[in-house]
Design a protein around this ligand. Structure first.
Ligand code: CAO
Length: 415
């Protein structure tokens, strides 16, 4: 069975996390991803957070599956010649260098178009045009500047970043969509185009509901779904909402049986309006079904803390999985707080290929997150990440270099 992106050739100039997330997805959909790395050291993440000496780190292996690796010194003249051939050979160049690095290398967008007018140039930068356009950016900077940190965390605490890598992997996902859209457009136009995704923009896009709330706050000076309501006065900006959903379906994290010893013995519980009467019956508060102070979502808003405290009395008598089973019988939306340990052992995630075991020649077996996007006619098979420069010879020969020329380039440390 052919893969959805089979035949698409990606010149992968990405490093660290944001760009590699994008090209890994394209590789999973069947694109031939050729990762270009500096001779000797390669992507810095190969050596970061190592758990086994001299072996590619999990950080690298888990972001670079299904790719080929060529080493190339793109600042040498011979390296630039190889790069020109790679640009002619490929459909998309993806990069997340610091602003201006590609230009300094001598490969501006104008030059790339001259070499290959069908080429799509896809870039991730920290910021779009504006005062910070030249700044280098890592994950948490993007979370802070994209609005996530100011709206995340304890209502009385400092701004908080989240473990979900919305700045890096989130932007990589956005860029991947931009690339396939540009490829689709190229079918009609015959020309490549520039695709850019700024990390600040991607984070903000994922924080869309908070900009919604900012405007609701501006107009009404109150956010009744937030934990500050009704006791605390709102300021002029959307506050941190703790674990409240802050949306139309109030929710909270509640203790479950064993919470005193297990830091993850909790469940997220949503008091969806449609199942309010079932919730009341389960916790033994049938009177709330008709009591005007509790009967409607609007009436419940000032009492949410008390309501969740009462529901917690019930959840504390069940394990998070028992509570999940009981609540789901009544279609009450909820979810146990799963630890990474529990997720690694989850049989259904293994069965769907969302958690995959991969074998690596120097590392041995390890777990990774597979493709979360499932295509019925183009299933993903996760293969290991390449060793540094593992495919240099075969890629150079595809580009037309002879064995003697390849040996020479290797001897001169161009590759
Ligand atoms: N051959 C020769 N030189 C190479 C090369 C190769 N194969 N690959 C990269 N280089 C050079 C670049 O040309 C650049 O040289 P100049 O500074 O002389 O132009 C140099 O290596 C360093 O590149 P960089 O500035 O991108 O790398 P850095 O480690 O200093 O910064 C990062 C890293 C991530 C902060 C920066 O790349 C960045 O801001 N990227 C955009 C935003 C982004 O993606 N951030 C997410 C990172 S994941 O958390």
């Amino acid at each position: 069975m052919s893969k959805a992106l089979e035949g698409v050739k990606i010149l992968d100039f990405t490093h660290v996390q944001s760009g590699p997330t994008c090209t890994q997805l394209l590789a999973w959909f069947g694109a031939d991803v050729i990762k270009v790395e500096r001779p000797g050291e390669g992507d810095a993440t190969r050596g970061q957070l190592r758990d086994i000496p001299d072996v590619d780190s999990l950080y690298f292996t888990m972001l670079n599956h299904n790719k080929r690796s060529i080493t190339l010194n793109t600042k040498s003249n011979k390296g630039k010649d190889v790069l020109v051939k790679l640009i002619q050979h490929c459909d998309v160049l993806v990069e997340n260098f610091a602003p201006g690095a590609l230009d300094r290398m001598g490969f501006s967008w104008e030059r790339i178009q001259e070499i290959n007018p069908r080429m799509i140039l896809a870039s991730i930068k920290g910021f779009g045009p504006g005062p910070y356009v030249d700044c280098k950016v890592y994950e948490n900077v993007a979370q802070c500047t994209g609005g996530a940190a100011s709206t995340t965390g304890d209502p009385n605490g400092i701004p908080m970043v989240t473990g979900a890598q919305i700045g890096d992997s989130g932007t990589g996902l956005h860029l991947a969509l931009g690339i396939v859209t540009a490829l689709f457009h190229r079918e009609k136009s015959g020309r490549g185009q520039r695709v850019t995704a700024a990390m600040q923009d991607a984070v903000l896009n994922l924080c869309r509901v908070k900009l919604r709330d900012q405007q609701r706050l501006d107009r009404t000076q109150v956010l009744k779904e937030y934990p500050q309501y009704p006791e605390i006065e709102f300021g002029d900006a959307v506050p941190r909402a703790g674990n409240a959903s802050g949306g139309g379906q109030p929710g909270a994290i509640l203790k479950c049986k064993g919470w005193q010893k297990d830091p993850n013995a909790y469940i997220y519980f949503i008091t969806q309006a449609a199942v309010w009467s079932d919730i009341c019956k389960i916790i033994g508060e049938e009177g709330w079904i008709t009591n005007p102070s509790y009967a409607t979502p609007e009436a419940r808003l000032p009492h949410l803390k008390m309501i969740f405290a009462r529901i917690e009395e019930w959840t504390k008598t069940k394990t998070k999985f028992e509570a999940m089973d009981i609540l789901n019988e009544f279609d009450i939306p909820c979810g146990p707080i799963l630890s990474m340990k529990e997720i690694s052992d989850d049989k259904s995630l293994r069965a769907t290929g969302t958690v995959v075991e991969v074998d690596h020649p120097t590392r041995g077996k390890y777990l990774t997150v597979g493709n979360p996007i499932k295509l019925s006619d183009s299933p993903t098979e996760v293969t290991r990440s390449p060793l540094l420069g593992e495919h240099s010879g075969e890629i150079l020969s595809i580009l037309g270099y002879s064995a003697t020329e390849i040996a020479q380039l290797k001897g001169e440390r161009v590759v």
